[in-house]
Design a protein around this ligand. Structure first.
Ligand code: BGC
Length: 730
């Protein structure tokens, strides 16, 4: 496969429905652990081996993540200023409940010693099960065959299951299996890379209780500051014809069982481990009661029953969501991989959202961004609208915090949603590329509009959507002003647009045009609600003290919104001063200096015309009906030359717009980059987690890009283009 003329060598075997690793490669392990993560939107378990690795910090990272379960820390600033967030939020890395160690007499099984033969690790995306099989020859010559399986139940929020089968190939002798819950896990940190996280000063969790009885083990831990109790409860079932003795052990942060098996050549030892993860601010007893109920119902179905349920759940998902690209197996595999990970990552309970890295790694500390509204929600909207609604419900549940943040930012009215968050409070420590991205408000409003377009779910609009729209519109009315210096147009100053390589500017084109949409939609919703649902309208306007003059102001602000345009260049200006800056020296800056954010002080970057990601170009896609083909081409041509795509959110948008304007080869190249970004590690940081916005972007590339789907004014339209290398796109 070629990408811009360069041969791409996929590391995983190409297959339509599976991701397969045919040989174990320590250097690729960190990356593979992310790729082979299994999850269900609440629990995410990295593809680490049951027995782990030595020197994990370098070769990989153990990871069990629970969506929305986080610990707070103190953000340390050299020079603090008013309104800086003081508390960090970090998704915790919970106890490793899948851990299983294996001993053959006095030798411990490890992928790093002895000889590994017939190795295969794979995940089947129709079944949702991760598998590993191999033959291992110990340094002293003992051979075993090992087969492991694991999945996190997509239909049962708190449950995961592991199947472990070991068969001695050439010996009789003692085999010890140690199955434990290991609660001694540390979060990673990288002080030099803002995309990873500042980490927590001390371990996030401390143990409050341990228990091992019959075949059930439990470890209860609590976060220090947020006081969330996190329980891991396991039940192990051993089946073998060989004699077995069982012992239990309990230490400070670990608990489990030791199975002492008199192994016999050719006789399998089968072990099944059910894992329950619970997190709650409730008491110990209620947590344990719930965990036991989950275990009981799991046992009733048994491992095979649960696996069948998983398969059926996925059949339904693929029936609704699958994308078929016939004639290109690498892209077929990639698009399914992306859709699979989105499902595994997305919170579906209305209380949680989707982390930028899903539940696959510690990158971005488990934070939720605008990625949700502009990328992930659209990818679910047309096949699983309920999931999109749940994501919007999450935003609604944080509206009070957004109102409080707006007051802190000196806005008398309205709500300002956080740039990065888990609990709804702003936790971005770098305001130029954080809080200053006010466009998040308009992004949320835009997602509500799209959701309504598809579902006509008036009950949502009345109960949640309208209030968000009114409060976000109020914020625009408050931050902007009719500027006599710009012909009385409505201007918005001192904000940052999507492009994080240009910060704190006046009249960011994207922000202004999206704020205009937000204001218009809020106005129209107010008019509609007053007419059609008067009682609810009055109740809401009373509750939030909304005056009729405010609503009229939204209309005139929208009608008079300032949208910067350069007559000289014939393009939309990214902001008032973007075109006055010196061009970035693309020719002479060496490749190793990208991403620029890791090699230049922000001021150096801000001084230049250089974009990290789509900004004006994103508006060309989202509000495409507002631009002529010629305008789109001129804007695209200009901004394409100055964009590094250092953000993973960029390539997909360029692909969509390139298709729209007839640059199909470019669209295809950008699509390959998008679709296979994590499988082939184009950003070089997939080991810290997948890029969920980009994954959703690959869906958009197909549906909005190649199929050219648009919805405008309640009209659905298509402008399909099929790449010559593809037989069919469905
Ligand atoms: C991008 C943001 C994005 C964040 C999380 C950053 O690199 O510039 O737009 O929200 O990553 O994905």
């Amino acid at each position: 496969m070629k990408l811009k003329g360069v041969d791409i060598k996929p590391y995983y075997r190409l297959d339509e429905w599976e991701i397969i690793e045919d040989s174990f490669n320590l250097e690729k392990n960190f990356h593979s652990e992310t790729i082979f993560t299994v999850g269900n939107g609440f629990i995410g378990i990295r593809g680490t081996f049951e027995e782990g690795l030595d020197n994990e910090a370098k070769l990989g990272a153990e990871g069990t993540f629970l969506n929305g379960v986080y610990e707070e820390g103190t953000i340390k600033y050299g020079e603090i200023a008013y309104g800086f967030p003081e508390k960090s939020q970090t998704m915790i890395n919970a106890a490793n409940g899948k851990k299983i160690m294996l001993y053959l007499e006095d030798e411990i099984f490890s992928m790093q010693t002895g000889t590994v033969l017939n190795y295969k690790r794979s995940i089947n995306m129709r079944e949702g099960i991760l598998r590993r099989s191999l033959i291992w020859q110990s340094p002293k010559g003992k051979q075993i065959q090992l087969e492991t399986e694991r999945f996190v139940c997509l239909q049962r929020k708190n449950l995961a299951a592991v199947k472990y089968k070991v068969t001695p190939v050439n010996f009789d002798g003692r085999i010890i299996i140690v199955s434990e819950i290991d609660g001694d896990i540390k979060e990673s940190l990288d002080e030099k890379d803002p995309r990873i996280g500042s980490g927590l000063e001390e371990g996030a969790l401390y143990t409050i209780d341990t228990m091992a009885e019959a075949d059930t083990a439990a470890l209860l831990q609590r976060t220090r500051k947020t006081e969330i109790t996190v329980a891991c409860v396991t039940k192990g079932i051993m089946r073998t014809q060989c004699p077995v003795g069982t012992d239990k052990f309990i230490s400070q942060d670990r608990v489990g069982f030791v199975y002492n098996v008199a192994g016999q050549k050719g006789k399998a030892i089968n072990y099944i481990k059910y894992l329950v993860y619970e997190a709650s601010s409730g008491g110990r007893n209620s947590i344990m009661d719930h965990a036991n109920k989950v275990l009981d119902s799991a046992l009733k179905l048994g491992y095979d029953g649960l696996a069948k349920e998983q398969h059926e759940f996925l059949n339904n998902y693929w029936y609704r969501s699958d994308i078929e690209i016939k004639g290109d197996i690498a892209l077929q595999q990639a698009i399914r991989f992306n859709l699979f990970h989105l499902l595994q990552s997305v919170g579906r309970d209305g209380k949680t959202n989707i982390c930028a890295k899903g539940l696959t790694g510690e990158g971005y500390e488990g934070h939720y961004f605008w990625d949700t509204e502009m990328y992930v929600i659209p990818s679910f909207l047309y096949n699983n609208p309920d999931i999109s609604r749940k994501l919007l419900e999450y935003r609604y549940s944080t509206l009070d915090k957004a109102r409080a943040r707006a007051r802190e930012m000196s806005h008398q009215k309205g709500a300002l949603f956080p740039w990065r968050t888990i609990n709804g409070e702003e936790c971005s420590g770098y305001f130029p590329a954080g809080t200053a991205q006010y466009h998040i408000n308009a992004d949320i409003a835009y997602a509500i509009k799209k959701y309504m377009e598809v579902t006509q779910d008036d009950s949502f609009l009345i109960s949640c959507g309208a209030e968000i729209l009114f409060e976000t519109a109020r914020l625009w009315a408050d931050i902007g002003f009719f500027n006599t210096g710009k012909g009385g147009k409505f201007c918005i100053n001192c904000v940052t647009g999507p492009d994080e390589y240009t910060a704190i500017v006046n009249n960011n084109f994207y922000t202004n045009i999206m704020a205009k949409e937000n204001l218009e939609f809020a106005y129209n919703t107010a008019v509609w609600m007053k007419r059609e649902h008067r009682m609810e309208y009055e109740r809401l306007t009373d509750e939030i003290c909304l005056e009729p003059e405010e609503i009229s102001l939204w209309k005139s602000a929208a009608d008079n919104m300032y949208l910067p345009y350069s007559e000289k260049h014939g393009i939309h200006m990214q902001d008032d001063t973007f075109l006055d800056k010196e061009l970035w020296d693309f020719e002479n800056v060496p490749k190793e200096n990208y991403p620029l954010l890791l090699h230049y002080h922000p001021l150096v970057i801000y001084r230049h015309q250089v974009c990290k990601q789509a900004d004006v170009v994103l508006a060309l896609f989202l509000l495409g009906h507002k631009f002529s083909l010629e305008e789109k081409r001129r804007d695209y041509d200009y901004y394409e030359k100055v964009t590094t795509h250092d953000s993973s959110l960029s390539a997909c948008i360029f692909s969509i717009v390139a298709n729209d304007i007839g640059y199909h080869e470019e669209a295809y190249d950008y699509f390959i980059k998008t679709a296979r970004m994590d499988l082939d590690d184009y950003q070089g940081n997939t080991h810290h987690g997948v890029h969920t916005a980009n994954m959703a972007g690959s869906w958009m590339c197909i549906v909005n890009g190649f199929a050219g789907m648009r919805v405008h004014d309640d009209v659905l339209s298509f402008q399909p283009y099929i790449h010559p290398g593809w037989e069919e796109l469905r």
